[in-house]
Design a binder for this molecule. Structure first.
Ligand SMILES: [Fe+2]
Length: 417
């Protein structure tokens, strides 16, 4: 992906010529003297109403987004973290060196940039600016980001999902996630109650998780509550087509699927998925989609007050053989608002040597659901509480710690290969 392939998406509906002109207006150049900009909002200044927040990160690039209340230009100043001599008593504390800049003269409210040509596994600082005129400029705080790690490096990611509707609970979980200092976050979907309601994207998702998302890239597998609304695509920046995509991080491959869309044999997404899984030689393979193939929920798949449950979602019933075929290690899901980890499963039974593990991590804040009254054949662990998962990986060691929203460890999984 080039820097502008993502940006062009925001120009949908604009003449192609305009996109071409705007591309030429954008430059990357070192900044010798930083302009002084106040983070305090004054009359006439644009106001930052969402973000900045981090999206897709690679070894050499990162995507940064933010939203302003009025159309304005987009500028990011950034620089590599470096050792600076400690100031002597009475000397001013030096600011982070923001000695490079990307800028666009395009006037927009949702701003999106891919910064490229970065060093791998390296700490940077950044600050975003939006300007209406020389005296009408707003700046964010100076914030950190880190590029993706080398293949041989250890790394960590947090999994959460179904945070919609209850931003207070989601904030508590997002703050706990930030305290773990993950390299990135995977959200298994239903980030808002109704994806067509623009205000919910800030109130239910971007604002409660702001402290996390400023510093840590977040990936989402789209849920049914996002409703495939245009706002999902406007507020997100993932590899095309964005409702499904894949990326590599360290020695792992991540395949993100849209389980609301067609996954039947011959469908576009299914063909892409098969090729994606077949082409990766990563040590670890993870898949994420919103709907769970295996779940002990009490009433979504048959009402267990008076009947049995189908114990899995119809959207993805056909998927496990594919994951078994291509050696997927873990499938992350949500949709049901609690936690469930399966044993390794293959051919419809527990297979500890060659099975795929399914982890439903839907306790991100939405109202909890009940489990069926009896245990499912595939269940390794259930928890009815709000929760998140932390994964740490180095080489052939995978560890997963699952915590409730108060930080109590309730599940642990270690895999070796
Ligand atoms: Fe859902």
């Amino acid at each position: 992906m080039t820097k502008w392939s993502v940006f062009d998406k925001k120009l949908r509906g604009y003449p192609a010529l305009m996109g071409s002109v705007l591309r030429r207006l954008t430059i990357i150049f070192p900044v010798c003297l930083l302009t002084v900009a106040s983070p305090i909002h004054a009359a006439g200044q644009p106001k930052i109403v969402a973000g900045p927040y981090l999206q897709h990160v690679t070894k050499t690039s990162i995507t940064i987004m933010w939203e302003t209340d009025t159309p304005s230009t987009s500028i990011i100043k950034f620089g590599k973290a470096r050792v600076i001599p400690k100031p002597k008593k009475g000397e001013p504390i030096p600011t982070a060196p923001l000695d490079q800049q990307v800028a666009s003269a395009e006037i927009n409210t949702i701003h999106e940039f891919v910064i490229e040509n970065l060093d791998t596994q390296t700490d940077y600082f950044y600050q975003v600016y939006s300007r209406r005129s020389n005296d009408q400029e707003i700046a964010s705080a100076i914030l950190p980001f880190q590029t993706a790690v080398h293949d041989e490096s250890a790394f960590a990611y947090v999994v959460m999902g179904d945070n919609r509707t209850y931003p207070k609970r989601f904030k508590q979980i997002a703050d706990r996630a930030m305290a773990e200092r993950p390299n990135f976050v995977l959200n298994v979907g239903d980030v808002v109650s109704n994806g067509h309601k623009k205000e919910q994207w800030i109130a239910e998702y971007l604002a409660p998780a702001a402290e996390l998302m400023k510093r840590v890239p977040t990936y989402v597998s789209i849920g049914n509550h996002e409703r495939n609304a245009p706002w999902y695509y406007r507020y997100s920046s993932y590899p095309s087509p964005e409702n499904y995509y894949s990326f590599d991080y360290g020695n792992a491959h991540f395949t993100i699927i849209d389980s609301n869309a067609d996954l039947s044999p011959g469908s576009k997404q299914r063909e892409w998925l098969e090729k994606d899984l077949a082409s990766s030689n990563a040590k670890w393979k993870f898949v994420a989609h919103h709907h769970p193939p295996f779940s002990s929920d009490s009433n979504d798949y048959g009402d267990t007050r008076y009947s049995s449950s189908r114990k899995g979602d119809d959207h993805v019933q056909m998927m496990p053989p594919l994951y078994e075929k291509y050696g997927v290690d873990i499938v992350w899901c949500g949709h049901i608002h609690d936690y469930e980890r399966t044993w390794p499963l293959r051919d419809g039974k527990v297979d500890q040597a060659n099975g795929v593990i399914y982890i439903q991590a839907g306790g991100g804040g939405a109202e909890l659901e009940e489990f069926a009254p009896t245990r499912s054949w595939f269940t390794a662990k259930v928890l009815r509480n709000w929760q998140y998962c932390l994964v740490t990986i180095h080489d052939g060691t995978f560890r997963m710690m699952a915590y409730d929203m108060d930080g109590r460890l309730y599940d642990f999984l270690e895999l070796k290969k």
